[in-house]
Ligand binder design. Structure first.
Ligand code: SAM
Ligand code: SF4
Length: 330
């Protein structure tokens, strides 16, 4: 595929995150309130056929990597059907998913058979009690059982996303580092971002990457950065004795905006060029009113051209998007 989707800063976009639902069976404190979430009506969600059409169009524009997310993507019934449809699109080389892991025990096998290549599971605590405090659900053991199954089904190491919040789970940094050395998991520490449903975020609750590295280095063979020439939000590090890998997604302290290669589509069909965008491009209406592939392509190219330079977290002009992470697709 020769076309390259490029923004006005010269960044090449080859990665799309697709949210398949805004619903979730967890209520992580940094993401959703305990009660009162209002879900979209089912007819507002793009159908699998509509999503696959969008994927076919963007694949012609140079997008080759897809990640399914949500809300909780596995709340969407028969997600493996969508995976299979996307896997059948020429020029899509990688299909991944981010999930809370709860439904994987039942669904992982058919997802792998349908063509899902990689899974990232969010796991914020290794302590069942703290896990239930953070997610407001007593589901640690179910997620842990899923993780054990995954290691036998997926060849690539499983990535674990850990959002650290100071004073809540930052005492587990060393336990997670140990896990990355003893199990086939790549632990990725994500800095807490101001995009939750409440206004609980404060800069002082963010545990910056440099602090995590210092803590890990004080106890384990020092971390050394892995040279990597692709585009990933995570900075990758290996322990200097060669055992285990840790990733850092430093969205607050060291944003990776200048090398961002992604766009997002919400479950109700809005194209977003940044997690923190204040503007969305509606693709659902044209999809449902007979727009041609060429028109949809033009809309996507035009939106990407206007992709923002970066987010402004921690800067005076920062405005929190109206939609939360679970509504946008994390
Ligand atoms: N439900 C799935 C899950 O939890 O993995 C997928 C959607 S979730 C919104 C995607 C990722 O966003 C998760 O790894 C979650 O931990 C992360 N996330 C949610 N709210 C966040 C916040 N305020 N700051 C940093 N990461 C956040
Ligand atoms: Fe659900 Fe994921 Fe948000 Fe937790 S982070 S409430 S699992 S969407």
């Amino acid at each position: 595929m020769s076309f390259q989707l490029k923004d006005s800063f010269g960044r090449i976009i080859n990665n799309m995150r697709i949210s398949v639902t805004d619903r979730c069976n967890f209520r992580c404190r940094y993401c959703m309130p305990e009660e009162g979430m209002v879900w979209m009506n089912r007819n507002e969600l793009l159908t699998f056929e509509e999503i696959t059409r969008v994927v076919r169009i963007v694949s012609q524009l140079g997008i080759s990597k897809i990640r399914l997310t949500g809300g909780e993507p596995l709340m969407r019934k028969e997600l493996h059907r969508l995976v299979k449809q996307i896997a059948g699109v020429e020029d899509i080389h990688d299909i991944a998913m981010t999930t809370n892991g709860f439904f994987l025990k039942e669904q992982a096998r058919e997802l792998a058979e349908a063509g899902l290549r990689r899974i990232t599971v969010s796991l914020d605590s290794l302590d069942p009690i703290k896990f239930s405090e953070m997610t407001r659900r007593d589901y640690f053991h179910k997620v842990w059982e899923s993780l054990e199954l995954l290691t036998s089904l997926f060849p690539a190491p499983i990535k674990l996303n850990v959002v650290l919040i100071r004073g809540i789970n930052d005492d587990e940094i060393e336990k997670f580092a140990e896990l990355a050395r003893t199990k086939p998991f790549i632990v990725r520490f994500i800095e807490y971002m101001p995009i939750g449903a409440d206004d609980a975020w404060e800069n002082t609750k963010v545990v910056p990457t440099h602090e995590i590295i210092e803590r890990i280095n004080a106890k384990f063979p020092p971390l050394a950065q892995v040279e990597y020439h692709g585009h990933q939000p995570a900075d990758r590090f290996r322990f200097s004795d060669g055992i285990g890998e840790i990733g850092f997604i430093s969205s607050v302290s060291e944003p990776f905006c200048s090398s961002c290669n992604r766009i997002r589509i919400t479950s109700d069909g809005k194209l977003r060029t940044c997690l923190f965008s204040l503007h969305e491009t509606d693709l659902k209406t044209p999809l449902r009113t007979g727009a041609s592939d060429d028109i949809l392509s033009e809309m996507i190219i035009d939106a990407v051209r206007k992709k923002e330079e970066g987010h402004l977290i921690n800067r005076p002009g920062f405005v929190k998007p109206q939609r939360t992470m679970s509504q946008i697709g994390g």
